[in-house]
Unconditional design. Structure first.
Length: 369
């Protein structure tokens, strides 16, 4: 029988039925993909580059499986076909990974014998690996997932091959060892592929987000920690709250946390100006007076940023609250106390001068001199 298989004498000469069967399989697969993208796709999935990347790697795995792997006794159990679905699950979501894994396994084994066994062998351990891996926050999770996936694959081999008249104990042990290797190889290859996808598509992975959130790694976070420790503690609290909020609405909690850690990074350039970084007893209050170090002779076209304000009141504010639509006179002297007590005060302008942010309350009319 094996000799007949080698010379191709067991295959019928008329391949019409085979072409029809393969065509129906491709049509069913295309219909499943169309339905998924019609009702369950996300904005990222519909980007042309993402679709091209997914299609290219799908065809690569499918071509390797059909032309190099299938038809051999042991190679199908060594080939890490589930790595494709595991990578898609990490980069996009579980739903897309599950549907593409099912289609890939189905098309890979169609027409090579033992289709049911191999589809379950590729699909079930891959789905279990997706569940265990989740956000893939740690490298150790990949290897643990690979081991569990390999054990499940080996059990599936034992379930189908025990009692099989064509498989002896040596063959069963070989196939179970190959299945165990398959699980570890799947996780390792998925770790590599996720970095390729993330680099080309410019998408942050969970490992990258965890890495930049470490206080001992990113130089920018180290700058905030060393120069503005109060602001750093504030950022930690805000990131915890933001992460909980993101988790409640189903957003990417790691992405939100990493972004929130850096939301006040601008304060590190002048940390002592902000209240959370000031020493108790030396805090700038609304009654603190500042005097300009230089006197300027205003002109009719002087910018409000260059005006020599006197007796102004200092308010610590974030740089993001600056408003540059300032209307003011060029008067060299402003009596701030009278201005604040005026019932005509309706507006607050923020002015940055000499690395200090000054808050002036005034109405839309010209300021009193």
């Amino acid at each position: 029988m094996e000799a007949l298989d080698i010379f191709g004498l067991t295959n019928p000469t008329d391949q019409t039925n085979a072409f029809i069967k393969n065509g129906v399989a491709v049509l069913i697969s295309a219909l499943l993909v169309f339905i998924f993208f019609r009702y369950r796709s996300t904005q990222i999935m519909l980007q042309p580059l993402c679709m091209i990347m997914v299609a290219c790697f799908f065809l690569i795995f499918l071509g390797l499986a059909r032309f190099l792997v299938m038809g051999n006794a042991v190679w199908p159990y060594l080939f890490p076909l589930a790595a494709f679905g595991l990578t898609i699950g990490i980069i996009f979501n579980f739903e897309l990974a599950a549907i593409l894994s099912l289609i890939l396994a189905f098309l890979s084994v169609l027409g090579f014998g033992r289709e049911a066994e191999l589809i379950i062998f590729y699909l079930v351990p891959g789905l279990v690996a997706m569940f265990i891996l989740g956000d893939a926050r740690r490298l150790s999770t990949f290897f643990g997932t690979g081991f569990v996936s390999g054990v499940i694959a080996a059990l599936i081999v034992a379930m189908f091959r025990l009692g099989d008249s064509y498989t002896d104990w040596l063959g069963l042990g070989t196939l179970m060892a190959a299945a165990l290797f398959n699980g570890i190889a799947t996780a390792t290859l998925a770790l590599l592929l996720q970095h390729i996808f993330a680099s080309i598509l410019d998408l942050p992975t969970s490992l990258q987000l965890m890495d930049i959130s470490r206080p001992d790694h990113p130089p920018l976070l180290q700058l905030l920690l060393n120069n503005a420790p109060g602001t750093y503690q504030h950022s930690l609290q805000v990131s915890n709250l933001a992460e909980q909020a993101a988790d409640a609405i189903g957003a990417n909690r790691l992405l939100v946390r990493a972004g929130t850690l850096f939301h006040d990074i601008g304060k590190s350039s002048n940390a002592s100006f902000f209240i959370e970084n000031q020493i108790r007893g030396a805090i700038l209050t609304p009654t603190t007076r500042v005097t300009p170090t230089k006197q300027h002779k205003p002109s009719s076209r002087t910018s409000p940023m260059a005006l020599p304000w006197r007796n102004v009141i200092v308010y610590p504010v974030a740089l993001s609250t600056l408003s540059l639509n300032i209307t003011a006179t060029t008067s060299p002297v402003i009596n701030t106390q009278e201005l604040l007590n005026s019932p005509m005060v309706t507006k607050v302008w923020w002015i940055k001068t000499n690395s200090v942010i000054l808050a002036l309350h005034h109405n839309r009319a010209k300021l009193p001199s």
